[in-house]
Design a protein around this ligand. Sequence first.
Ligand code: ADP
Ligand code: MG
Length: 314
Amino acid sequence: MKVLQLGEFGLIDHLTKHLSKGKAVVGIGDDAAVLKMTNDKCQMSNKGKYLLITTDALVENVHFTIKNTSFVDLGYKALAANVSDIAAMGGTPTAAVITLALPAGLAVEKLDAFYRGLNRLAKKLKIDLVGGDTVASPKALMISITLLGEVSPKNLLLRSTAKVGDLICVTGTFGLPAARHYSASVLPPIRLKEAAALAAQRLASAMIDSSDGLVRSVVELAKASQVGARLWEERIPIAPGATLDQALYGGEEYELVFTVPKNKVRDLAGKRKLKKIDQISIVGEIVPLGEQVKLIDNRGKIKEPKTKGFEHFQ
Ligand code: ADP
Ligand code: MG
């Protein structure tokens, strides 16, 4: 069987059988893995916290082209994508390692620019860049960043804990990266403050980031939580210049998609801290598993999603 027959998500499901969760609090299947740090071996600043680990790769001609890309923006974006996964767990990023697979002819100035962009965000968020690996690549440039973070056990937010009746909420707007043809110059939002506030105030029951698109995020959250979902099309915050389809299915958004128990929705609206930071929209609700993930159009008609969102190998 070939990789393309399974697709990205089918392949990840397939590979799951080779992994073991071991002593991890959360293994495969969330935005980041979660490990307990034993107090005597703990190297990090805050004992008792969980360690978060996430990794993301960018490949030339898949995620960007050398000709049309600002490497400063690419560096910023590569780290921001990882930060988004740590944010979606309710955590704080701490340190990163960077792996480069390089064609021998690549201009070093491009890499300097990449690290400048990376550092711009790392400095702002106090993320230490502590190592990596450098290897040759016969053709395409590949960059992989692994980011560590930490979270208090009480603030940890998972994909798997949404309940029937919860409302589905999002930060920001959707569709802009797709409307701009995924130009590297569309810099992702950083939602650390919003995520931390939602976690600390116990408003969210489950959370994921929207890196593969809004519909895909809801599908993944619903799958992990063993529930179904309804998304109300007229409530989706569409970015200026984008279409509804781009907002539903376009990727590279890096917004937060989270669920809130109905009795806490009033709190959500009332929290000045959250209101001040950015817009939060209620876009749907969690329903029983058997009802699957569906869209409701502006005439109240139930519709099947057109696709499940961005997927590699398709
Ligand atoms: P995200 O979009 O949040 O980065 P992904 O969709 O890439 O998440 O991955 C979903 C889950 O599958 C994560 O838990 C991730 O760690 C895991 N995963 C993805 N690829 C692999 C792989 N090749 N081997 C093991 N686990 C993987
Ligand atoms: Mg994610």
